[in-house]
Design a protein around this ligand. Sequence first.
Ligand SMILES: Nc1ncnc2c1ncn2[C@@H]1O[C@H](COP(=O)(O)OP(=O)(O)OP(=O)(O)O)[C@@H](O)[C@H]1O
Length: 280
Amino acid sequence: MKVDTTVINDKGTREALGKQVLLSVEDMDITYGKGAAAIRGISFTISPGEVLAIVGESGSGKTSIIRALLGCISGDGQIAKGTITFDGTDITALTNEEWRRYRGRSISMIFQDSGNALDQIMRIGKQMVEHISRLTGKDKEAAEEEARTLLARVALPSDVLHRYPFELSGGQRQRLGIAMAMTVTPKLLLADEPTSALDTTTQAQIVEELLRLAKDKGTAIIIVTHNMGVAVHMADKIMVMKEGRVVDYDRKNVIVTEPKSEYTKTLLAVVPSLYGKRYI
Ligand SMILES: Nc1ncnc2c1ncn2[C@@H]1O[C@H](COP(=O)(O)OP(=O)(O)OP(=O)(O)O)[C@@H](O)[C@H]1O
C-alpha cells in the first residue's frame, strides 16, 4: 500500500516529509447520480498535528470531500476514482462495521449544526455521560467529571448538565456539539464551518481550542470554511476549491504570498480589510 510521504514545500514543489502522513487523498473524483464527476482530481495530504483549511464558495465541493472522508457522501454520491489512505489503511474499502469504529474515535466530526444532532428532550448531562462512557469506558462518576472539563473547554458552565438542548441558544448548542466531538482525542478532526453560527468572541475561543488540540495532542484538523481570514489565521496548509476542482493548494505562506489562481487572489484581497494585517 502506497502512503504519500511528501508535502508541498515553501517553493511549491513536493519534498519528503520526516514525519508520517496521517491522511493521503490521491486523485479522487466524486460523482452524484449518472452525471459527470462533480468533484474532480482531489489530492492532498495531512500529517499529525497539521491544520488544513479547505476554502471555497458555496457548491465548490468542500462538504462532499469531508463526507467522503467519513464514508457518508449524501444521496447517490460515490467516490468514482482515487484512493483515501488513513493511517496506512485504504478507507474507501471499509465495511459499514469498520466505518463505525473509525467514526467518533479515530476520526471525529464537527458539523455546521453539531448541536442539533443532540436529542433535544434528554438532559444534556445524561447524553454526555452516555456518550463519554461509550467512547472511553469510563464509569458514571468519571464520565461526569470529564463532561465538566469538556464544557469548560468550550466556555459553557457546568449547570448546563441539568438542562435540555432545546433550552440553549443555537451558539451554545454548537459549542456543546464541539465539546462532545472532543471527547476522545481523535487522530483526525473534521470541522465543517464549525464557528459560522457563533458570535465573534466565541468563534475566536473555539478556534484557539481547536488549535490547542492540534498542538498539544497532535490531532490533525481539516477545517472547511468560506472565510479566507479564518483559513489564513488557523491553517498550516490551504486548499482552495472552485467548481469542484482544486485551484490552489500549498503551505499557507505560499498561498498568501504567491497564489496561483485569480480566484485565490480575490479571496485574499478581502482579508486585510476584514481582519487586519495581523492574520497575514
Ligand atoms: N446529494 C447530492 N446530490 C446531487 N448533487 C450533490 C449532492 N450533494 C452535493 N452535490 C453537488 O456537488 C457539488 C458540491 O457540493 P458541496 O455541498 O460539496 O459544496 P460545498 O462547497 O460544501 O458548498 P456549501 O459551502 O454550500 O456547503 C455541487 O455542485 C452540488 O450540487
